[in-house]
Ligand binder design. Structure first.
Ligand SMILES: O=C(O)C(=O)C[C@]1(C(=O)O)C=C[C@@H](O)C=C1
Length: 360
C-alpha cells in the first residue's frame, strides 16, 4: 500500500512538470511567431536551417542525460517544427507515395508540422517548387550501394533551383505481405534499387518468386496490400501505413546501406561553419582542361568531396561535372576559388551552399 502513495506523489510531480512544459512550449511558439513577423516584414525566409542547427548543437552541449542526444534532437526537431508552423504553413513536395524513404527523409529534416505533399516523379518535385506551389522539395540523390540517382542531377540543368540542405537515412529493407505465410508468396514487388540491394537474399531464399519492378517501395507495399499471394520489399513505415506483416527483416544484408537526399528550394542558407557547396561546370575538350580547372582547389587547400560527370545533353560527348566542396560560398577562400574556376571554364553554376548532414 505504501508504494501506491509513492506512485501517486511521483505522478503528481510529473503532472506539474507537464503543465510547466506545456506553458513553456506555448510561450516558445509565441516568441517564434514574433520572430516570424519580423522576418516577413523584412522579406526573410521563415525556415532558417543555420539557426536550427545552432539550437541542436547548443542543446547537445547542455544535455546531461539520462535522455540521449538523439532523443533530445528528435523531441526538439518536433518542437521547432511546431513553432515554425505557427509562423507559416510550410509546404514540402517529396517523391511519393506516402511512406517512401523520401517521405521519411522529409520528416527527418522538417519534422511533422509541415505539409508533406507526395508527388509522382522527381521532375514534379522540381516543377512544384518552380511554380511556387510549395516552398521546398525532397529528392533522393545517391545510395551507398546503387550509386547516384542520375535523374536528380539532370534536373538541375533544366531548373534554376538551389540545394538548401541534405539528409542521410539508413536504409533497411524488409519483406512484407498481407499474408503471414512466406511459403505462399508467388510475386514480389519493389523498386529496382531495392530489388538490386536484396538480390542475394532473393536468389538464395525465394528463387521461384516472380520479381516485379514498380515506381517506389511504397507503391510496392500498396500493391502487396491488395494481392494475397504477393509480398513487397519496403521500409518499416510502409509496413505500418499499408498494414502488412513483416515476413523477414533487413533482407538487403548490407552493412552500409545509406541514401542521401537533397532539400531543394530557392535561397542560399547562412553559413554554419560546417557547410558544403555544390556547383556544376563544363570544360573545353582539350588536353589538361579538367586538371587546370581543378588546380585552384588544390592551391587554396579546399577539400573536394565529390565529382560526378553527366552528359550535357547539348552536344555529343560533352560533359557537365557535378562537384561538392567543403565550405560556404560566403567564405572568402571559397568564393575566390570559385571565381577563379568560373573565369577559366565555358560553363559554371552554383547549385547551393548548405549545412552538411550531421549524422553519418
Ligand atoms: O529563429 C528563428 O528564425 C525562428 O523562426 C524560430 C525557429 C525556432 O523554433 O527556434 C523556427 C524556425 C526557424 O527555422 C528557426 C528557428
Amino acid at each position: 500500500m505504501e508504494y501506491q502513495e509513492e506512485l501517486k506523489n511521483l505522478r503528481k510531480e510529473i503532472d506539474d512538470i507537464d503543465q510547466t512544459i506545456l506553458q513553456l512550449l506555448n510561450k516558445r511558439a509565441l516568441l517564434a511567431k514574433q520572430v516570424g513577423e519580423i522576418k516577413k516584414k523584412n522579406n526573410l525566409p521563415i525556415f532558417v536551417p543555420s539557426r536550427e542547427k545552432e539550437i541542436f548543437e547548443r542543446l547537445e552541449k547542455l544535455n546531461t542525460g539520462p535522455l540521449s542526444n538523439d532523443v533530445i534532437k528528435h523531441i526538439f526537431r518536433e518542437i521547432i517544427s511546431a513553432c515554425r508552423s505557427v509562423e507559416e504553413n510550410i509546404k514540402v513536395a517529396y517523391l511519393g507515395p506516402k511512406a517512401t524513404f523520401t517521405h521519411q527523409a522529409s520528416l527527418k529534416y522538417f519534422g511533422s508540422a509541415v505539409d508533406h505533399i507526395p508527388v509522382s516523379t522527381i521532375k514534379d518535385v522540381f516543377e512544384e517548387i518552380a511554380k511556387k506551389k510549395v516552398n521546398y522539395g525532397v529528392v533522393p540523390v545517391e545510395n551507398t550501394i546503387e550509386g547516384v540517382v542520375n535523374y536528380t542531377l539532370d534536373m538541375f540543368l533544366d531548373y534554376d533551383l538551389k540545394i538548401i540542405g541534405e539528409v542521410i537515412l539508413e536504409i533497411s529493407l524488409h519483406l512484407m505481405s498481407i499474408n503471414p505465410n512466406i511459403n505462399e508468396i508467388q510475386r514480389i514487388y519493389s523498386h529496382k534499387f531495392a530489388i538490386a540491394e536484396c538480390r542475394d537474399w532473393l536468389q538464395k531464399n525465394m528463387p521461384n518468386a516472380q520479381i516485379i519492378e514498380v515506381e517506389s517501395t511504397a507503391k510496392a507495399a500498396e500493391m502487396a496490400r491488395d494481392d494475397y499471394e504477393a509480398a513487397a520489399i519496403a521500409s518499416e513505415s510502409a509496413a505500418i501505413v499499408y498494414g502488412l506483416h513483416i515476413l523477414e527483416r533487413k533482407i538487403d544484408k548490407h552493412l552500409y546501406n545509406y541514401t542521401r537526399f537533397l532539400i531543394i528550394g530557392n535561397e542560399i542558407p547562412q553559413p554554419t561553419g560546417k557547410d558544403k557547396t555544390t556547383f556544376i561546370f563544363s570544360v573545353k575538350n582539350e588536353v589538361g582542361a579538367l586538371y587546370k580547372a581543378l588546380e585552384p582547389f588544390y592551391k587554396n587547400q579546399i577539400n573536394m568531396t565529390k565529382i560526378e560527370s553527366r552528359p550535357s545533353k547539348k552536344e555529343a560527348w560533352d560533359y557537365i561535372f557535378f562537384t561538392d566542396i567543403e565550405g560556404h560560398i560566403h567564405e572568402e577562400k571559397v568564393s575566390k576559388t570559385l571565381e577563379e574556376l568560373k573565369s577559366s571554364v565555358p560553363f559554371f553554376k552554383i547549385l547551393g551552399s548548405y549545412p552538411k548532414a550531421q549524422d553519418v
